[in-house]
Design a protein around this ligand. Sequence first.
Ligand code: ZN
Length: 531
Amino acid sequence: MARERLYLFDTTLRDGAQTNGVDFTLNDKLVIARMLDDLGIDYVEGGYPGANLTDTQLFAEERGLKTIFTAFGMARRPGRSTSNDPGLAALLEAKADAICFVAKSWDYHVRVALETSPEENLASIRDSVRAAVRSGREVLLDCEHFFDGYKANPQFALACAKAAVDEGARWVVLCDTNGGALPHEIEKIVGEVVKVIPGDHVGIHAHNDTEQAVANSLAAVRAGARQIQGTLNGLGERCGNANLVSIIPTLKLKGEFADRFDIGVSHAQLKTLAHASHTLDEMLNRAPNRHAPYVGESAFATKAGIHASAIMKEPATYEHVPPDTVGNRRKLLVSEQAGKSNVLAELDRIGLKVDKDDPRIGRLLDVVKEREAIGYAYEAADASFELLARRVLGKVPSYFDVEKFDVNIEQRDNALGQRVTVSLAVVKVKVEGETLISAAEGNGPVNALDLALRKDLGKYQSYISGLELTDYRVRILNGGTEAVTRVLIESQDETGERWTTVGVSSNIIDASFQALMDSIIYKLVRSGAPA
Ligand SMILES: [Zn+2]
C-alpha cells in the first residue's frame, strides 16, 4: 500500500521567536533555517516581514534553501481593501515561497477583539487569500482559536476555513491558540472538519498549555490532518508549541505512523536531530534538557548493573528505539565501550584515521571525560574537540607562544564629559624566536584581547586575516564548590566555514582567551599553515 504524504511545518523562527527572552539575530535565523532545511522540513516559517527589521531583511535575501520558505502575516484589516493595507503589501513584496495568513475563526474574538462582523471577517480571509494566490504564492491560513471557536460556533469556524480553501489556499491550519484542548477533543473536531475540507488540505498547530501539544498533533493526524506545525524543542510562548523534535522520530520510527505516512525527513537526516536540538539550545544560551525524549543526554542512559549487562547483549530490552537513529547515543554509566565508539565516530567524521585498538583512543576519551567534568562542552565546540584529538594524536604544530597578556579596564570621563569604560589589551607573542608586542583598545575586555591577539602574528598573519568572530556566549556553571564560566566562541572565515571553540575557567577573561586561542589555532591547522 502506498504511503500518504504528511508535511512538516516549522515555526521556530516565527512563533518560537515570540518566546520571552528569545531574540534571534538575522544570522541566527539564517543558521536555523539552514539547519531545518538540512533536516528535511517541508516548510520553514521565517517570520513576519514588515513587522520588524530583522524579518524584513530576512525576506529581502536570496537564501538558496530547498524548503518552502514561508512569510507570516495578518489577513487584511477589517474595513480596508487589500490594496490599501501596508501589512499585506509588505507580505506580498517579501521574497517568500509561501504566505501564511492568520485570521480569526472564533466569532467571540471577531466581535470583541476585531470589533467587526462575521461577514467582514470572512471577506477579509477571501480577499487576502485571493491576493496572495494571484501573486503566485502558495497560501496557508492559520485559523486562530479554531478549536475554541468550533466549540462555540462550529458553522462559523468551518466557514472561515472553507472560505480560504475555496479561494485556493493550499492549507488551512487549525490552531489551538490557547493550548487548552485535549487529544480526544482534537481528534473529534478534526474528524468533523475533514468531512467538509479534505484532510490533505488540513494542518494542526498545537500549543502545549496542558502538555498535550505532541499528543494533540498526533491525534489530528489520526483524524485526517496532513500537516503538522511545531517548533524545535517546543520553543514558543507560555508553555511552548508542539515539539517537532519529539514528533519527527515518532512519525518516522513508530509503526502506526511510519507504515502509513511518508515525511520529508530521511533516516539519514533523522540522525541530525539531536544535533539540531542542541544547536538551538546553544544559540539561546540554554542548557539542553537532559531528559528530553529521544535527544536528551539521559534519554538512553542506563545505570550500572543488570540493566546495563542486558542492554549490552540485546539493546531492545531497555530501549524503545535505537539511540543512533536520532543521533543520540547509548550511555552506559559503567562501560567505556559506548564512549570509545563515539570518539571513533567523531574522529572518522573529522577525517583522522586511527586504528580502533590504538591506545591513544582510550587516552583521548579520558581527557574528554576529565575536561567535560569540569565544564568543557565538546559536543557544542566541534573545533576544540578536533584540536584536542589532534593534540592527543600528536598532530598540532606549536605555531606561536603567548608569553603574557594584560587587560586593563578603565572608567573615566571622555572629552565630552561622558562617563566611558575603555578596555585595553596588550599581548606579547613569540613567533619563530621573535617577540611581537601588540596592543588594542576594544569594546570590552574580550574584544580588546581578541583584537590585540590577532593584530600581529608575524608570518601567520595572512592565514588569519579572513577570520572573524560571529558569536560569543557565556554561561556560568554551578558545579562543585565554586562557579566556573564557560565561553563558547563561534568563528567564521573567508570561505564561509564556521566553527565553535570552548574555554572554561573561574575567570571569564581566561576562559575567553582559551576559546580565542583554539579558534586561531584551528584556523591555522585548517589552512595548512607551516609549523
Ligand atoms: Zn501559535
